[in-house]
Design a binder for this molecule. Structure first.
Ligand SMILES: [Zn+2]
Ligand SMILES: [Zn+2]
Length: 171
């Protein structure tokens, strides 16, 4: 009984809307629908592009895109939570940089005695020759021949060359 009364009252409300207002409402509804469809399509395209640069496996990228296509905004939220934090290119670059750094470290030799040293050594552990010295201003390690700190741009006081330090250390 109450349902039929409600339906009847709704009918009255709908039929009481002027034709002009009904047209405006229809326009707004169609505009909103078009916007939501475009948003849905844009989210699918965005997810596919983002997944392709973050996920090396194509199948997983397709799965992420299907998830967004089916679940819509909740799918985007799930994808944002679960997606890899870095792009595949960045991951590759990090591995590449680490490899380059290892290669560089393994080739570093003491200029005085040619024993292997590391880039963060202040002195050669074998002959005591100076390898690096900390910047008096920012404490980052500088090569002995540098006259200016490249990190904080402060001039470095001139010091003895490495060969002189090595000679004195070996004497
Ligand atoms: Zn040495
Ligand atoms: Zn500095």
């Amino acid at each position: 009984m109450s349902v039929s009364i409600l339906a009847a009252s709704e009918l009255v409300v709908v039929s009481s809307i002027p034709a002009g207002l009904a047209k405006v409402l229809a326009l707004i509804i169609s505009y909103c629908t078009a916007f939501l469809v475009l948003l849905w399509a844009s989210l699918i395209i965005w997810t596919w592009r983002d997944a392709r640069v973050r996920i090396p496996q194509r199948d997983w990228a397709i799965l992420a895109t299907v998830l967004v296509a089916v679940l819509w905004l909740p799918g985007v939220v799930l994808y944002l939570i679960l997606r890899p934090p870095e792009t595949a290119v960045n991951q590759y670059l990090k591995v590449f940089e680490a490899g380059m750094l290892n290669e560089y470290e393994s080739r570093l030799r003491c200029p005085a005695c040619h024993q292997p040293v590391r880039s963060d050594f202040l002195l050669c552990p074998c002959c005591g020759a100076q390898q690096r010295r900390p910047c008096a201003n920012c404490s980052r390690l500088l090569l002995p021949q540098w006259r200016h700190c490249p990190y904080c741009a402060v001039p470095v006081a001139a010091r003895e060359p490495v060969s002189a330090v090595a000679k004195r250390a070996s004497a």
